[in-house]
Design a binder for this molecule. Sequence first.
Ligand code: MLT
Length: 409
Amino acid sequence: MIKLNPNFFKLKGSFLFAEVSRLVDNYKEKNPDKKVIKLGIGDVTEPLVPSVVWNMHIAVDEMGKKESFRGYPPYEGYDFLREKIANFDFISRGIDVSPNEIFVSSGAKEDVANIQELFSTDIKIGITDPVYPVYLDTNVIAGRTGEQIDGRYQNVYYLECNQANNFLPEIPKEPVDLIYLCFPNNPTGQVATKEYLEDWVAYAYENKSLIIYDAAYEAFIRDPDIPHSIFEIPGAKEVALEMRSLSKTAGFTGVRCSYTIIPKKLRIIDHNNIVCNIHDLWLRRQSTKFNGVSYITQKGAEQAFTKEGREQIDKVNDYYLENARIISETLTAIGIEHIGRKNSPYLWCQTPGSYLSWDFFNKLLNDIQLVVTPGVGFGLCGEGYIRISSFNSRENVLEAVSRLRQLKI
Ligand code: MLT
């Protein structure tokens, strides 16, 4: 008899952004004349830059000719892209990453969701609270988290982020095997210094842990002292892997392209004393379950790692950061405390008065037709917060802040 995976029933009813989307659709159905502005899910609004589009057009033409047509792409990505990524993102910054340590993929969400398959179900995972829900939910589905009691899974080590620790979680006082870190952080927008990451790398060495470092938002870092990669920390290549994405970096949320760096040095000694190379295991996994990213997409992505392409992309990202500044200015004016925005497209905002996250979400939707993300959807420590995304047109952001100024709290 067919049976379902019981772990699915340990999940919350729906994925956070799906739930927000459902509520917004309901609202729009009932209020068809109202203009809703979405600063909820971090989805880009500005078009692909000309340099990316130009290279994609060339690739489309190549695919239309017998002599330059290509079938399945390599599992790890085309060398032309892996070489550009290694040079542009790492070697030019003095970080030792070689092209053959890079796996091109269709999205950091997919990679961060799938990577846990490599590890035993009896390890302890450490995730921040609040957290990008994919880290947690995929471990729940895999059966690694145990039961949920009062909003907490029993076998998860929660790295709490709050005002008291400036939204930078403390290093655990006990061994945790697999740790998810994300900087600039989604959802809080907080960034990590080199010293802070050094402590994590030292912890991982001491406890034989592995760090999954999600750097999906590194392109928004403007402060020169903030590290873009965990591999800027000496020794990190032996204890960490890193995920990056073109979704927010280059407006690829609809195109789909990301990359994961798994150092060749990254080895795991498991309970049975088997020394295993994570790089090779991931290649085994990807070649079994994934058939690569299209040539056209990879040709477009290539331009993000050229001087010309990156200059165009930086302008778009500066535009979103200016949106964030405008939102921040308004929040300050109306007395809503917040962090983030300087090196991140997100603002993490305390709800005013005694509003809970979902109550304030509903108030913003009903009173001023503004969509944000309720902080508690990212974890218990997010209660009393909302996340505002700066991904939208300037026109909509100006309209949103003007509505915020009229909000009666
Ligand atoms: C977010 O809003 O947190 C992101 O857009 C979600 C994602 O990248 O999957």
